[in-house]
Design a protein around this ligand. Structure first.
Ligand SMILES: *Cc1c(COP(=O)(O)O)cnc(C)c1O
Length: 396
């Protein structure tokens, strides 16, 4: 880092950590678009391949641009090591395949990203890994689901789309008394709002595709944690299996981190304003947002998170027809299931992100036909409100 502070603050790390200038003395970071690296001699090549000398060999396992992003994200999460991956899903896959083996058991919160459930239930099980699902916020259910072979607890907090939370510190204690790892998917909060490692989690997983980019351009993922698990075991898997992040994408994410904290505060402020407005709207039955006093875990959210995030879900009166009318009446909001973009997105979970689970599972998870999810972007909040009001006002 090119400044003298002994203990730099988050915003300083976001801008200064992870940059090593080349001899060109560039101010911004370069993109190292190279797949391989050359050696001064056969002896140097031999030493690097043997792991006896530091330095790059091949970009499937190290690239300076990817390393810059990894170092910056590790600093922001407060972790010793970070491994960047081609997508958020490949971060989860790499974590499981490098740290688990046949016969192991995972406990996952029920309301995780759909592809995560699919990966656990339909792929990892083929290789002898067992999985159970529990309601995210119910610590007793986590404890009851523990088996002698449980090796990993996996949680996403706040959850999608209902923004339920789990007490990370309590879940980490439970994991550690049973000698298992706690992995937290920190996609919705990012380290700008929540730092699971400082609360006792062992691994933090990211879909960099979302808020780390922040403008919907690139796919990427990352795992952050300690040197031995992440820096050695997960990197070892990546090096062999190859779900590597591209240098260009790493550069976009690395620059994205510089504005992460500002963006997350702005997403959160607008989301809170809109949540308050929605809660008073006569066509709205219920609003799910951790920043509202009506949220059952508002106090935990205030303690665990620096702000409440950009995801707001609301239940309109009148079921699917009414929800679709609100969505279809928007002119500015983007109808897409993606999130973490400067552009506000709106989606109907029951028929998109949660369309593949059974109607019974949706009822169990509280995902009704009238539910609408918004990932509040960075437009003027008054314009987002006006765009929603067009459909909502017609329902009254
Ligand atoms: C999008 C997402 C993922 C998967 O990330 P990709 O980059 O799409 O592979 C994982 N977890 C959460 C919470 C997500 O929103």
């Amino acid at each position: 880092m090119s400044q003298s502070q002994d203990n730099p603050g988050f915003d300083t790390l976001a801008i200064r950590a992870g940059q090593t200038r080349t001899a060109e003395q560039e101010h911004s970071d370069p993109i190292f678009a190279t797949s391989s690296f050359v050696f001064a001699s056969a002896a140097e090549a031999a030493a690097r391949f043997a792991g006896e000398a530091p330095g790059n060999i091949y970009a499937r396992f190290t690239n300076p641009t990817v390393r810059a992003f990894q170092d910056r994200l590790a600093a922001l999460e407060g972790g010793e090591a970070c491994v960047a991956t081609a997508s958020g899903m490949s971060a989860i896959l790499s974590t499981c395949l490098s740290l688990l083996q046949a016969g192991d058991h995972i406990i996952s919160s029920r309301s995780v990203f759909g592809s995560t459930t699919n990966l656990f239930s339909n792929y990892l099980t083929r290789f002898g890994i067992q999985v159970s699902y529990v309601p995210l916020s119910d610590l007793d259910a986590w404890a009851k689901a523990l088996r002698p072979n449980t090796r990993m607890l996996f949680a996403e907090t706040p959850s999608n789309p209902l923004t339920e939370l789990v007490d990370i510190r309590a879940l980490a204690e439970l994991a550690h008394t049973h000698d298992c790892l706690l992995a937290v998917d920190n996609c919705f909060c990012t380290p700008a709002l929540q730092r699971p490692l400082t609360l006792g989690a062992d691994l933090v997983i990211h879909s960099a595709t979302k808020y780390l980019d922040g403008q919907g351009r690139c796919m990427g993922g990352a795992v952050v944690g300690d040197e031995s698990r992440v820096g050695k075991e997960i990197l070892g898997f990546l090096r062999t299996a190859g779900p590597t992040m591209s240098p260009f994408n790493a550069w976009v994410f690395h620059k994205g981190l510089e504005t992460l904290s500002l963006r997350m505060r702005a997403h959160s402020a607008s989301a809170l304003t809109l949540a308050h407005w929605l809660e008073k709207h006569p066509a709205v039955e219920k609003v799910h947002y951790p920043g509202l006093a009506s949220h059952p875990q508002h106090a935990l959210a205030a303690r665990q998170q620096a702000a409440f995030g950009g995801i707001v879900a609301f239940q309109v009166k009148g079921g699917r027809e009414a929800a679709w009318q609100v969505i279809d009446s928007t002119r500015m909001l983007s109808i897409t299931a993606n999130l973490g973009d400067a552009k506000t997105t709106i989606t109907h979970p029951a028929t998109t992100t949660h369309g593949r689970i059974t109607p019974e599972q949706r009822v169990e998870q509280g995902i009704g036909e009238g539910l609408v999810r918004m990932a509040v972007g960075l437009e003027d909040p008054a314009d987002i409100q006006a765009d929603l009001a067009r459909g909502l006002d017609r329902l009254c």
